[in-house]
Design a protein around this ligand. Structure first.
Ligand code: IMP
Length: 203
């Protein structure tokens, strides 16, 4: 019987979001032992005080590397609206205030954009990875329009008001698979995962 060596590499995803963890685990496959923050016993909120997506992603990943001494990646996402000079951007999660809901954010966005004809917007995700002490960045972007009335119930955040270019449905009217195939986060995560798969193939 031939014997095969199997390398299983440890990787932390610096998130408390179980949905994002499952998604990444499914794409990464069995060569990676992927754990999220809860699974390594990190229950604290990691500070995200930078004023760029890249800065926040790096802040999260560096915190985990310093405290847990392991390979890690983190993501940060923002919605940039052209007519609002890039707002809410890095402040997308708390656009309507510190403890606001997704609905509060959507209401504030629609109020700010009332009467505006330029509805162009994009979602951007930055993923920061520290692998064997080296830092790598991956970006994903999707362009679209902010519609005037929310449509659809799937997804989260600004999905009901974001219609990607080339589609006549909002993200909240699409299934997960279709959204992931074109979304900012899907694109950034696929770049990360292609990079990690190449690394596994080198071993
Ligand atoms: P996070 O960096 O993934 O936590 O995203 C920051 C904020 O951006 C979230 O709280 C949401 O308001 C918004 N956001 C991120 N990703 C999406 C998405 O795929 N659809 C809609 N809103 C999103």
């Amino acid at each position: 019987m031939p014997s095969f060596s199997v390398y299983i590499m440890d990787m932390i995803f610096a998130t408390h979001n179980e949905h994002k963890t499952q998604e990444a685990r499914a794409i990464l496959g069995e060569e990676w032992n992927l754990k999220n923050l809860r699974e390594i016993g990190c229950m604290e909120e990691i500070p995200e005080t930078a004023n760029t997506l890249q800065g926040n992603a790096l802040q999260k990943v560096q915190y985990v590397v310093e405290h847990y001494h392991t390979n890690c990646f983190a993501d940060d996402t923002g919605l940039e609206v052209e007519a609002l000079y890039g707002a809410p951007g890095v402040y997308s999660a708390r656009y309507a205030g510190e403890h606001c809901t997704y609905q509060d954010n959507v209401n504030k966005l629609l109020a700010e954009m009332k009467g505006m004809t330029n509805r162009k917007a994009c979602f951007k995700t930055v993923v920061a990875l520290v692998l064997d002490g080296e830092t790598h960045l991956f970006e994903g972007r999707v362009d679209g329009q902010i519609i005037e009335e929310p449509r659809g119930t799937a997804g989260f955040g600004y999905d009901p008001v974001f219609m990607p270019d080339g589609y006549d449905q909002t993200f909240a009217e699409m299934g997960d698979a279709e959204k992931n195939s074109i979304s900012h986060r899907g694109r950034a995560m696929r770049k990360l995962i292609d990079f990690l798969k190449d690394k596994t193939a080198e071993k």
